[in-house]
Design a protein around this ligand. Structure first.
Ligand code: FAD
Length: 485
């Protein structure tokens, strides 16, 4: 049999993990091609930063490129001597929160080290953007922005996050203003003077990373962070800060965490958003009282969410997204302890403050200052002057399909359908995309953030890696290739 060809569109974490897991888990030789415009495989938006203050938001053990080999990343860190060269990464319990730039190196090196397998499987990087896709009598043709096209037996769409949100106040008169940073993950913070008065709009993980980075640079000016609901990411569980207890027996490996038993209430027949929330809060209060922290009760639902979320009716999903998503996010996306401690210390001194407010509009001044019209919780609009305003408002999920030429084309050809929650596209349980009438297209699978509507939270490395692990047997069946036993 000729080598099966698989094209992966997108070379961020999802594309890198898919390529590596495919060649590790399928016995027959495969030719895997990653189409990615960037020169390196792995970084995507999340890991392209060089900023040493930006760390992974969870321990190394859940950041393996292959969820079935949970120690893979930790072993790499040890081989690289990272625990010695970056001693701050280590916590008293022995867990480590590694810098995101080191994780980027891990991804690139791991893809490279899997590029040629003893069975003849290969991983190749084609540096281009995939603009279009057509089904052929046999296989799929993908057109690239350099005018070439490549064919394969199957395609995996790993196109990542929606574009960053650009609120109105980043456009018009303020566009290009030296004090306005609309995309801090791309542009960096070098233009901000140490004594600048800084407004951070949004108070999620990126906002906390930005604040920690400013502080690490010796920033002395005041920093105010605002968010509509006054929420901010919560800290990690107390066990993270405690010296190592006896390891559980048998050890809990990440896949067990995702596939273990569901709490009774989450396994109930008719699930509603309200009931789930009420029971989850009760459970979290119990685990807090037991000294495990509320995090344990919360994780009992958030870790296996991909098995709970699909059982919620669409209307209930919408209800969660409308009312509960900000609260879910604040508890799910927890701050790395180092970031948390740095930010808390500066809050204590009054340099950093968090407020419940929204930025209504932004006015420029002749002296390069920016006046932010802040709508406070009581509805009052109060103007306040800043030297720098940083947009940390996250992704614009409403533009997930239309901003990407290949998704746009698939949508126009009637091969993908937007998820009714507005989050990404519809797939079946094995990630095959579904056309508007519900027919599955076995040659095309989608993974990662674009599948959020279907799986609930395929956003972190751990969840994406597990999603890929789960889809491989079905893909092997569709391609008529054997899995390694
Ligand atoms: C700032 C930030 C920090 C994060 N930190 C963590 C963390 O510490 N731990 C964690 O578990 N998760 C973290 N995440 C979650 C993160 O979303 C995932 O870890 C992961 O990066 C998602 O990977 P991805 O490959 O799906 O998407 P992306 O990283 O967005 O990569 C998508 C890639 O697809 C390419 N692409 C898109 N369209 C095309 C096309 N048409 N043709 C060719 N290529 C295309 C893009 O160039 C890009 O390289 C973080 C996310 C962000 C934004």
């Amino acid at each position: 049999m000729a080598r099966r060809q698989i094209i992966i569109v997108g070379g961020g974490f999802s594309g890198a993990s898919a390529a590596v897991q495919l060649v590790r888990k399928i016995a027959d030789p495969l030719a895997v091609t990653i189409v990615e415009p960037s020169p390196v495989i792995g970084p995507g938006l999340a890991y392209s930063t060089d900023d040493p203050s930006f760390r992974l938001n969870a321990i190394s053990g859940v950041h393996s490129i292959d969820v079935a080999d949970p120690g893979h990343f930790t072993r790499w860190c040890e081989d690289q001597g990272l625990m010695g060269s970056d001693p701050e990464a280590r916590l008293p319990n022995g867990e480590a929160f590694i810098r995101r730039r080191d994780f980027r190196r891990y991804l690139a090196e791991t893809v490279q080290s899997h590029a040629l397998q003893p069975n003849g499987s290969t991983i190749t990087h084609v540096r281009s953007r995939a603009d279009d896709l057509h089904l052929m009598d046999e296989g799929v043709e993908v057109s690239l922005d350099n005018g070439n096209s490549i064919v394969s037996d199957a395609v995996i769409l790993a196109v990542g996050n929606a574009p960053l949100r650009r609120p109105d106040w980043t456009k018009g008169g303020t566009e290009g203003h030296p004090g306005l940073i609309p995309d801090p993950l791309r542009r960096g913070l070098d233009t901000i003077k140490p004594d600048a008065r800084v407004l951070v709009v949004g108070a999620g993980l990126t906002a906390l990373d930005i604040i920690a980075s400013l502080l690490a640079r010796g920033h002395s000016g005041p920093i105010k962070a605002i968010s509509r609901r006054g929420l901010r990411p919560q800290p990690q569980a107390p066990r993270i800060f405690a010296p190592q207890a006896d390891p559980p027996e048998p050890p809990v490996v990440p896949l067990d965490l995702l596939e273990g038993e569901l709490p009774d209430y989450a396994a109930a027949e008719s699930l509603t958003a309200l009931r789930l929330l009420r029971d989850m809060r009760r459970h979290a209060a119990e685990t807090k009282a037991d000294g495990l922290g509320w995090q344990a009760g919360f994780d009992a639902v958030s870790l296996p969410l991909s098995r709970i979320w699909p059982r919620l009716p669409v209307e209930e999903k919408r209800r969660v997204l409308r009312h509960l998503r900000p609260f879910y996010d604040a508890h799910r996306f927890r701050t790395p302890p180092m970031t948390d401690l740095a930010v808390q210390a500066s809050e204590g001194s009054g340099q950093v403050s968090f407020r419940k407010a929204a930025l209504d509009s932004l006015d420029t001044q002749p002296d390069e200052q920016l006046v932010a019209n802040l709508r406070m919780a009581d509805g009052q609009v109060i103007p306040e002057t800043f030297d720098a305003v940083i947009n940390c408002t996250g992704f614009d999920t409403s533009r997930a399909i239309r901003h990407n030429p290949i998704l746009d084309s698939l949508h126009d050809q009637g091969m993908i359908s937007p998820h009714p929650t507005g989050l990404g596209i519809v797939t079946d349980a094995e990630n095959r995309v579904l056309a508007p009438g519900g027919a599955s297209i076995p040659q095309i699978r989608a993974i990662g953030p674009i599948t959020t509507g279907v799986f609930g939270d395929p956003l972190g490395v751990f969840f994406i890696s597990a999603q890929i692990h789960r889809l491989i047997p079905g893909l092997a069946r569709d391609l008529d290739v054997k899995l390694l036993s």
